[in-house]
Design a protein around this ligand. Structure first.
Ligand SMILES: [Zn+2]
Length: 303
């Protein structure tokens, strides 16, 4: 068994989101500005979206970078910012919300700063690691179905946990566009890293998008997705394929996670090996819940 090597390619052209700092109009109500933070995890960088014409919503301001703040202020061009929306508070998405709120007076709204906790008590938030923006403080937390609106635009929060437990997408009702954050991206499948990332929830959130009629996705990274359900179906198939690989490997005998990654991700960029290990762990946790695998020390076995 050789296994597939990489996620399926995104639909449409290869990820090339244009130069940083330039406002690119995607449709009359939507402008995109690329932040200067390319990496193995962010692709060409984080994409901030501006929605509206007279007053604006800013979705995922991005990393705390003065050049990106200046670029957003050029794109805002003196107009009123009614809301700064955040899909999730990873450090490449939310830190610029604070300086932008200071400069514009707009409220920060969106994903919860605190969410699920082990045992249901306390309030120490997503089971966060260094990828999270610890200083994220929304003035208003949005639940599934909550609305934020301005002149000519209406954004509805769509709960899409999985990449993180607090992840939200935002649906622009006027044009059937969905700002999909890191849940579904135009350049790669998302990282699902336990304990906050959850494969069971991620698959349910993909299933949920399959039941929607969105015309286009504008993701946090990578090109816009013009055939959303085709891509989502492909991503679900990709995860099922990974799950099948895990079960076939464990059918040969107990394995550690690094042993599985070496067999499952042939030719993987070494920088992404830790993320691949987290992803395999996420599959194992999901399979364990369904009674199909069990942990034996640092090895996993078919149940
Ligand atoms: Zn993220």
């Amino acid at each position: 068994m050789t296994g597939d090597s990489n996620p399926p390619p995104p639909s449409g052209p290869a990820a090339s989101a244009g130069p940083t700092g330039i406002a690119i109009r995607l449709e009359p109500l939507v402008v995109r500005v690329l932040a200067p933070n390319p990496s193995a995890f962010t692709g060409t960088g984080t994409q901030t979206h501006l929605v509206g014409t007279t007053d604006l919503a800013v979705i995922d301001p991005g990393p705390d970078d003065p050049a990106h703040l200046a670029a957003l202020e050029r794109a805002i061009d003196g107009r009123r910012v009614s809301a700064i929306l955040v899909t999730h508070h990873h450090r490449d998405h939310s830190p610029l919300s604070r300086p932008l709120a200071d400069r514009t007076g707009a409220p920060i709204v969106g994903a919860a700063p605190t969410h699920r906790t082990a045992g249901g008590e306390g309030g120490d938030g997503p089971r966060s690691d260094a990828a999270f923006d610890a200083d994220y403080r929304p003035g208003r937390v949005l639940a599934d179905g909550d609305i934020v609106s301005g002149e000519g635009w209406t954004l509805e929060a769509v709960a899409t946990p999985g990449h993180t437990s607090n992840h939200l997408a935002f649906a622009l009702r006027e044009t059937n566009a969905l700002f999909s954050g890191d849940h579904v991206m135009g350049w790669s499948t998302t990282v699902v890293s336990p304990p906050d990332g959850d494969m069971t929830e991620y698959m349910a959130s993909l299933e949920r998008l399959m039941g929607r009629e969105d015309r286009v996705y504008y993701p946090g990274h990578g090109e816009q997705v013009d055939d959303p359900r085709r891509l989502v179906r492909g991503m679900m198939g990709h995860r099922r394929q990974r799950e099948g690989q895990v079960m076939r490997l464990l059918g040969e005998g107990p394995r550690t996670i690094p042993e599985m990654v070496a067999r499952m991700y042939v030719g993987l960029d070494p920088r992404l090996a830790p993320a691949a290990e987290r992803s395999v762990l996420a599959h194992l946790i999901d399979l364990d819940r369904r009674g199909r695998v069990r942990a034996e020390g640092d090895r996993w076995a078919a149940a």
